[in-house]
Design a protein around this ligand. Structure first.
Ligand code: SER
Length: 345
């Protein structure tokens, strides 16, 4: 049997690149990618086909669907939280309308294939909105249904798209009697801040963690845009990728929900600083909090309760805070910045 075709949107982003590599190494899937910017040469051999284009372009999506029997969608393309506050209308267009286009395309594709296309959607801790740091400390590990009151456009977009995905899976075209078999199968995870040794995120608000580490590894000073006590959950990129694949492959009958928290470890900016300085003793880190970005981080939970993911599909992070640093981040990042840059074209 031919290997199933997986469509990855936002493939050129942080998660996308890591996922592409993982799926290529795995060998069970063939990947088709869509991203605004062309994929670097290194990633091309991992793909059956790559499209440089906008997810707002319905015709491009229809063309992709016409050319490939897509059985799985990882819809990663999004504008993150800080970027979204700079241009909320654009964030809504990309994050909500873009997702709607993908859901429609995947539903049509399910009809054509006669079986449900599985649609994996990364959501975020940004869907939570704690009113103040006292409540944040009191709540501690937050459950999926608590404090769904986001204070960013990105958080609102993610929360709504979780609902949209559930709606498409269960109720879309209910008056038109769309056959159950033709619906898609939407599954979503709420990621904490992600830290990768390979890439630095752009436009997010959890970026202070990865930025601090990457700056230190390159011998650059870093001005942290939140205060030292700012604390949120984080996860190492390999775990984020594993969690998406585990949820994709989970038995549908065991999934009680379309949305799952996934956790790994929870650390403050000060704790990250201490650990970064152990690895890179010359690191220069100062705190110059930005009022808005610090407020956004304060509204996000201190940690997540991922019991539901553990029970339903066996989620367990492989990387604790110590292990993430010692066995993944520091060795990979040292290697990365000691290698000569690729030759200019
Ligand atoms: N990492 C995202 C951001 O900072 C949150 O999911 O916007």
């Amino acid at each position: 049997m031919a290997k199933p075709v997986v469509l990855i949107t936002g493939a050129n982003g942080e998660i996308g690149r890591a996922l592409l590599k993982r799926l290529h190494d795995d060998g069970r899937y063939r990947c088709v990618t869509v991203d605004l910017t062309p994929l670097p040469e290194k990633y091309r051999p991992y793909c059956l086909e790559t499209y440089a284009g906008n997810i707002m372009d319905k015709y491009l999506l229809d063309q992709v669907a016409a050319h490939h029997e897509i059985e799985v969608v990882f819809h990663l393309a999004a504008l993150l939280s800080t970027r979204g506050e700079r241009d909320p209308e654009l964030a809504h267009q990309v994050n909500v309308e873009g997702t709607l286009h993908l859901l429609r395309m995947a539903t049509n594709q399910s009809g054509r294939l006669g079986r449900a296309v599985r649609f994996v959607f990364p959501s975020s801790i940004a869907v939570y909105g704690l009113p103040n740091v006292e409540e944040k400390a009191r709540v501690g590990r937050i459950k999926e249904e608590q404090w769904n009151l986001p204070i960013t456009m990105y958080g609102c977009n993610k929360l709504y798209c979780e609902q949209l995905g559930r709606y498409f899976t269960q109720h879309y075209r209910q008056l038109g009697a769309l056959a159950t078999a033709a619906r898609l199968d939407f599954r979503s995870l709420r990621f904490p801040g992600l830290i990768s040794a390979e890439t630095v995120p752009t436009g997010g608000t959890s970026d202070f963690g990865p930025e601090m580490l990457h700056a230190a590894a390159q011998g650059q000073p870093y001005q942290c845009f939140v205060g030292p006590d700012a604390k949120i959950p984080f996860m190492a990129m390999p775990d984020a990728v594993e969690s998406m694949i585990a949820l994709l492959e989970a038995d549908r009958a065991r999934l009680r929900s379309t949305v799952y928290n996934v956790g790994a470890f929870s650390v403050s900016a000060r704790e990250i600083e201490a650990r970064v300085k152990r690895a890179f003793p010359k690191a220069q880190i100062t705190y110059v909090p930005d009022a808005v970005r610090a407020k956004i981080v304060d509204s996000w939970p201190e940690d997540v309760d991922d019991a539901r993911a553990r029970e339903d599909w066996g989620w367990k992070a492989a990387y604790s805070w110590e292990r993430a640093f010692d066995e993944y981040l520091v060795p990979s990042i040292q290697k990365r910045y000691s290698e000569p840059p690729p030759p200019a074209k």
